[in-house]
Design a protein around this ligand. Sequence first.
Ligand SMILES: Nc1ncnc2c1ncn2[C@@H]1O[C@H](COP(=O)(O)OP(=O)(O)OP(=O)(O)O)[C@@H](O)[C@H]1O
Length: 673
Amino acid sequence: MPQSSESIDPAFIDPATNELRLALELAATEQIDLSSPTFATTVLPNLLHLVGSQVGGLVKQHRGTWACCPWVGDMTDVPTQLIGDVIDRSHSGTMSTQLSDGWCITAMPSNVQTSSTGNQLVASSALVVRLGEAELGDSSESNSRIRRITCAAELLATTLHRIETHQRQQRRIEQLSAVLASAAKWQRLDDDEKLLKEIADTATQLLRCERASIFLWDRRRSKLIGRPALGIKGSSLEVDDDAGVVGEVLRSGERKIWNAGSDDEARVNRKVDATLDFRTQSLVAVPMSRGQDENKRDELIGVFEAINRVDGDFDEFDAVLLADLATHAAVAIESLRTRRRLVESRDRLVNDAASSSPLVGNHESVENVRRSADKVANTDLSVLILGKNGTGKEVLARHVHYESKRRSGPFVAVNCAALVETLLESELFGHEKGAFTDANQTRVGKFELASGGTLFLDEVGDMSPGGQAKLLRVLEEKVVVRVGGSQPIPVDVRVIAATNQPLEELIRERRFREDLYFRLNVVSLTLPPLSQRGDDVMLLANHFLKQFCYQIGRQVPTWSEAAKSAMRNHPWPGNIRELRNTIERICYLTSDDIIKSDDLSLTGANINRDGGICRIDMPIELSESTKLFQVEHIERAIQSSGGNMTDAASRLGLHRSNLYRKMRQLGMPTSGE
Ligand SMILES: Nc1ncnc2c1ncn2[C@@H]1O[C@H](COP(=O)(O)OP(=O)(O)OP(=O)(O)O)[C@@H](O)[C@H]1O
């Protein structure tokens, strides 16, 4: 039974259309899109042939004009006005075909647009086919041909749409990988200018445009500052934060696209073009946000803009890509700012720490030591500091640290004499949880703590033989293994050791390992006793005087001549520590504007020394008086052994480590611990 051709899909019954369908399937499989030469040389001629023509092609809108591309045959008399009408009609929802002067024009639905009535396919191009004059006369033949052309246009549109979708997905994948690779690179940059330039260059490449620029928002001045300042040498590009498309983005927080010819000219800020001698043809701009504030609002830091797409207009696809870049760019800019703030505050802290323990002294012997210390500071050579107790070995070690490239790393001091052998290993190398009875937590050792910085091993001559062997191994292998652990942990530490003991003598007596001595003593610095530093006594005294008076908020007193002379003549067996303690007592226990020689002999609250006998003023509780007596007794023992703790301990009939424990119990300072 004959059927009306209106109700049957012509593609189903028409072998030529089926042939066309197959040809387009093939084109889709092989990804032959409009830009492919194969499309112009094979697919299009084949398509025209199947609809009985040799002239025709696709006509597209391009920047307000019509472009025939690709096209086969003669282009004269292409009815561009009519093509525009057909495409415009299809915008209003009616897909249409129109005949005129021997041409058949069919709008090709291509992209999806969202309207108030829902999604609809809209056309931005048309299939234009030249018909023979003779055939146009026969209306039934002409109708079936027109149906075939319409069907070809639809099939072609679907195929191109598929190819385009596939290509867009492909491009999106490539772009996202490129965005991620760039973002990783941005995170490593630590220079503002370089980072912003790199971000702009990446956007230029990925969006195939002439320029890209980041406008950072200066809220206070209501300005946007263009970085990099497009073509402006030595100055910056500033625009009002409500001007042009960039201003629109800031106000709305949404991405915006502007293309010359199809969008309102008044939206563009042509003043910037005039300043830069540049012509903006197309533009896409997106907000840059550092994240959301507590009210879940985006905190805008600026706008990212790309200008003049090289091959056509910007579309939503470009806007999405730029928004991706903007997200990563905002993170990179913010994290660089945060890193810079952290580095600045770290540097401030390091400078404060460095200036809190200056190496005071102008005496030639001190100058020599300072010169040598400065010379070795920037090497990683091991340094051994020699000198009597209280001569400033730790101060010198800190000086070397703060003069070295490790100054922003940690400075960790360990008093080896205060550690009994069983504790030494865990203290220096750390321990794992459960390594021994009291090991309730994993503990990081001093070597790990000092990684990237300096480890100061004070009183190294007092280290036990077992401790010496373990220390030597770590110094040689540069790895530590925590007690109870098995994992070697690499450590990057510069070791500075100090002792008041004659190490060479200890080596002869087999109390100190020679190999460890050579490891530690790559460079040795010897600090002279205070009694050999001439005028440095008063220099140091005045330094401490200012320091303590500042701390307690008192006016700095002056010296009486008698007091000065007593200071200069005193032998200072306890060296600079003794001097410091003396000045501390003066500051706390006197109130006169002038320091008299009598003031120098003050020793402590409630205690008066009287020919070596302690007299404790009443009233005071028995337990307190016992404590004060012990403090005084230990102080005297240390002083009379010239600060040598081992000696002081034996005078008191104690083991050295017990002496330290007792001192801690009494609240006495245990230097360098
Ligand atoms: N050159 C110096 N300038 C300023 N202060 C100093 C100087 N030398 C030492 N001091 C101060 O003297 C005290 C003792 O210094 P330090 O602890 O460095 O001496 P040490 O030789 O390491 O002592 P010990 O042998 O007992 O460990 C500290 O309070 C320190 O600040």
